[in-house]
Design a protein around this ligand. Structure first.
Ligand code: SF4
Length: 543
């Protein structure tokens, strides 16, 4: 709601779409809207309709009318305002590359990687408890709530949570270990914490209430027990993209960015007026915020590149039925193999090649193998497909590094001003943002200017708005894997459009589309937010 109010009350300098003439509806200052407490959806429909008619009649979007319509939107606060992920949306962007591009097991950043990071954090915390307390410990338990409980089985939330409790670090945990946990569900595992060794099984991860007043849709608690007595307990939140928080969470100290920005429009001054190249700006910020050297930052990006390319290559070489009840057969290898003899022509071959790369990494994610969040695990096939196709064009690693920075900037903006979580905003927040990042990466790596980079990102995001999250059977497979293929192809489409149009003439800017995604997320029915209660999840019948 805070973000909604910010949009409504933000000062405006006209509708922003008039370049040479004024439509007469623009004012230099937008009227401050007085927010009414409650409105019906019918009110909203009428207001939007009125704004649309006005737009049609006068040929220009009427911001005041649109704001009035937006003002009427029913509030759907899904997040507690004291979550850092909400609070940080109010200051400059200070996300770092390592926070953003996270390596670890799939298939879901919020439901697999996040929970594993949570239980690994809990394991580390309890390991530091006083010895006399640990001597009394008899059990470790994890309770999953909300979306984690509703769809956790399909996401492998339980095995990932157990692996973290067993002290396995998400970035280095071998995929075979996770496969072993899934294949032998009754196996008893031992974990030593200080003076105590505990027995753990998958049953120690409890699928608890799916509905309730949770701090975040992805809430979980972890407990160290002595019989019925709780020795230590902490409530955690997997807030999307593998980011985690806990009750009382305080974000770590970071340096201040050299170039402060919260929105794409803030970047305009640096990039256009001051002519600072986007990669240079982002590198300077990364160094200032994280305290890392340029060499360390490039090494990290190179590592991410290799994990992605290796994942695509592995996915292209394996054919298998993917884990889970859907019995989905992988496609990437066959698509790649058939490319040699295809009669699809140049366009068909190009699209098939890019799509096969998206499938390859999406399928690796479904297998629970190591992926990189970009921005999430469900959307993890898009950027690797873009990187692989850029490599096909013999794009230098130096340019690919710059592309990674540009892609990160788009992801940061979406995280800061909207969401990266399917549980909060549907698939537009995952695949939509991934495709937008991919478009920016292509544009940057191929030497486009900042306006084209921004327009390409806008175009890709615009054409994912409203996309719901409805994974069949709770598995990140249908529609997720194919969406990665589409997201990669759309990234190229967006770049192709943005690089051919007159950049200044684009009528919708990136900030506007990110705001639209945020509003759409707030309006989206919870059935379409990773709960498997709507859309394909209920329409597809598995035999
Ligand atoms: S449908 Fe989209 S948002 Fe939902 S799990 Fe799949 S990739 Fe993620």
């Amino acid at each position: 709601m805070d973000k909604l109010l910010k949009v409504i009350n933000s000062p405006a300098s006209g509708c922003g779409s008039c370049h040479t003439t004024t439509c007469g509806t623009c004012t230099t200052e937008a009227p401050k809207s007085e927010v009414r407490p409650t409105f019906s959806r019918r009110d909203l429909g009428r207001a939007v309709l009125a704004a649309s008619v006005s737009t049609l009649l006068i040929g220009c979007s009427d911001k005041a009318s649109t704001e009035k319509a937006v003002e009427s939107a029913p509030a759907a606060p899904a997040l507690s305002p004291d979550l850092a992920v909400v609070q940080q949306s109010k200051g400059p962007i200070i996300t770092t590359l390592e926070e953003f591009y996270k390596m670890g097991p799939g298939p879901s950043s919020s439901h697999t990687m996040g929970p594993m990071r949570i239980t690994y954090d809990f394991f580390q915390r309890v390991s530091k408890l006083p010895e006399d307390q640990l001597k009394r410990a008899t059990a470790l338990k994890v309770h999953l709530f909300g979306s984690l409980s509703a769809t956790g089985k399909g996401h492998g939330t339980d095995r990932a949570s157990l692996a973290g409790l067993l002290g396995k670090a998400p970035a280095t945990c071998p995929p075979e270990f996770l496969d072993g946990l899934a294949n032998n569900p009754d196996e008893v595992h031992k974990v030593t914490i200080g003076p105590t060794t505990l027995n753990l099984t998958l049953k120690d991860v409890i699928f608890d209430a799916t509905k309730g007043e949770f701090h975040h849709p992805n809430t979980m608690t972890a407990k160290l027990l002595a019989g019925n007595e709780t020795l230590y307990e902490l409530e955690y939140y997997s807030v999307g993209g593998g980011f985690i928080e806990w009750k009382g969470y305080k974000p770590p100290d970071k340096g201040q960015p050299k170039y402060i920005f919260e929105h794409a429009r803030d970047l305009k001054k640096y990039l256009i007026d001051d002519k600072i190249p986007l990669p240079k700006l982002l590198l300077a910020n990364e160094m200032a915020i994280s305290g890392k050297s340029e060499k360390e930052i490039w090494e990290f990006i190179d590592q991410v590149t290799e994990v992605m390319v290796r994942g695509v290559d592995t996915g292209l070489s394996v054919e298998s039925v993917l884990p889970g009840p859907i019995k989905l057969h992988s496609k990437a290898a066959a698509m790649q193999r058939n490319l040699k003899n295809t009669a699809k022509g140049e366009a068909g071959r190009a699209v098939t090649r890019v799509a096969s790369y998206g499938f390859a990494m999406g399928e690796e994610n479904a297998r629970g193998h190591v992926i990189v969040t970009a921005p999430t695990a469900g959307s993890a096939g898009i950027i690797p497909a873009v990187v692989k196709s850029l490599r096909d064009l013999k794009t230098s690693q130096e340019k690919i590094r710059e592309g990674f920075l540009a892609a990160a900037a788009i992801g940061y903006l979406c995280k800061h001003n909207a969401t990266l979580s399917g549980a909060e905003g549907g698939c537009q927040a995952e695949v939509g943002v991934g495709s937008s990042m991919g478009a920016a990466m292509i544009a940057q790596a191929l030497g486009a200017g900042p306006k084209v980079v921004s327009n390409a990102a806008e175009s890709a995001l615009e054409h994912h708005l409203g996309m719901t999250c409805d994974p069949v059977a709770g598995y990140v497979q249908v529609p997720c894997i194919e969406r990665c293929a589409y997201g990669a192809v759309k990234a190229w489409t967006a770049y192709c459009i943005a690089s051919e149009e007159i950049p200044e003439e684009r009528r919708v800017d990136l900030d506007t589309t990110i705001d639209a995604m945020s509003l759409t997320a707030k309006e989206m029915n919870s059935k379409y937010k990773e709960t498997s209660e709507g859309g394909l999840a209920v329409s597809v019948v598995l035999c």
